[in-house]
Design a protein around this ligand. Structure first.
Ligand SMILES: NC(=O)c1ccc[n+]([C@@H]2O[C@H](COP(=O)([O-])OP(=O)(O)OC[C@H]3O[C@@H](n4cnc5c(N)ncnc54)[C@H](OP(=O)(O)O)[C@@H]3O)[C@@H](O)[C@H]2O)c1
Length: 313
């Protein structure tokens, strides 16, 4: 018993130490759990792990996987207009029986809706599809869609204005960005009244994106880590497997633990109940400094983040 508490307390202290900006809110005692939260720069609390839904087919699969995630304890769901599954995600939330106010729900503005009027419409459409009165977080999905490449900065400013108005209207609790590099963020901040609360990026041992992390830190923007398992590509890596064996945990669990120990907010995706559940078993072990460094050294082992300025979508 004493061992359990002292080990957990040590873990908590270590995480608080490395997580130097966003306050970590611990619910119900000293252990870390899925329901613990980071405090965003606007005071809103966000659960430390989110459930991803990219490439989760609309219909039964999306509905059931969201329901399963909520049943096993996730309280944070990440979707996007572009994923085409907002209706089923909304149904999964309803059918789970979990109170909507106990769930943190994120969706994103797609590349076909940049600009003031289009963003206002996109927000209302997402609210309607998700069948909810409000969003917890709304993100500009990509900063520089190919269709507006000549005018990306101006259109991001317009979209941001529409998002700020939606916050004032009570439709959204926090607004943020995704795939924004420093120059996109700097440009946005020239006209923004609200500093983004979150920047969601490709973050895993194959790409730590140091420039993006530095820019986010400067503005107290939380790093959400998408593709924490490298969209599955990191699951066969030998070094991660060695670390996993040393802790008697699985490769995905080690990758998610690595993300948390960096102070990121990982967004694992799965459509299999056993994986959805096992990806939550990440709070009873701690990677050593040496293991963290070794994993940090895996840059490029699968691939690097997509460059938003040359992406072809
Ligand atoms: N903002 C953006 O531009 C952006 C871009 C990409 C992703 N995201 C967000 O981040 C989320 C996660 O990223 P991701 O979808 O790229 O993938 P990921 O979470 O890195 O990896 C998902 C893959 O790993 C498999 N997997 C998950 N848990 C596993 C386990 N315990 N054992 C074995 N295999 C396991 C999944 O299989 P099954 O699904 O077959 O179970 C799936 O193939 C997305 O769903 C989305 O919400 C955002």
């Amino acid at each position: 018993m004493f061992f359990f508490f002292s080990k957990s307390y040590h873990l908590l202290l270590t995480i608080s130490k490395i997580y130097n900006k966003h306050e970590l809110i611990i619910c119900g005692g000293i252990t870390m759990a899925l329901t613990d939260t980071y405090k965003l720069n606007n005071g809103v609390e966000i659960p430390v792990v989110g459930f991803g839904t990219w490439q989760t087919p609309d219909g039964d699969v999306a509905r059931e996987s969201v329901k399963t995630a909520l049943e096993v304890g996730y309280r944070h769901i990440d979707t996007a207009a572009a994923y085409g599954n907002e209706v089923s995600v909304g149904q999964g939330i309803k059918e789970s029986g979990v109170n909507r106010h106990d769930i943190f729900l994120t969706t994103k503005l797609w590349n076909d809706s940049h600009g003031y009027e289009a963003t206002k419409k996109a927000i209302d459409l997402s609210l309607q599809k998700l069948d909810t009165d409000y969003l917890d977080l709304y993100l500009i999905h990509w900063p520089n869609p190919v269709s507006v490449r000549e005018h990306w900065a101006e259109l991001n400013a317009e979209s941001w204005q529409a998002m700020e108005e939606a916050v004032k209207a009570g439709k959204i609790r926090a607004i943020g960005i995704s795939n924004f590099r420093k120059h996109h963020l700097d440009e946005l901040l020239k006209t923004a009244n609200i500093v983004p609360a979150v920047n969601q990026n490709y973050l895993n041992p194959s790409d730590l994106q140091p420039d993006v992390l530095a820019a986010n830190k400067e503005h107290d923007i939380l790093n959400e880590a998408y593709s924490p398992l490298g969209t599955g590509d990191l699951l066969r890596n030998e070094l991660v497997a060695e670390v996993a064996a040393a802790h008697n945990h699985s490769v995905p669990q080690v990758l998610l633990r690595w993300s948390l120990q960096h102070g990121f907010l990982p967004l694992p995706k799965s459509v299999h109940a056993e994986y959805i559940k096992s990806n939550t078993d990440i709070f009873d072990f701690e990677l050593t400094d040496d293991e963290m460094k070794k994993l940090d050294g895996l840059r490029g082992v699968t691939h690097l983040a997509t460059d938003p300025d040359t992406a072809t979508f």
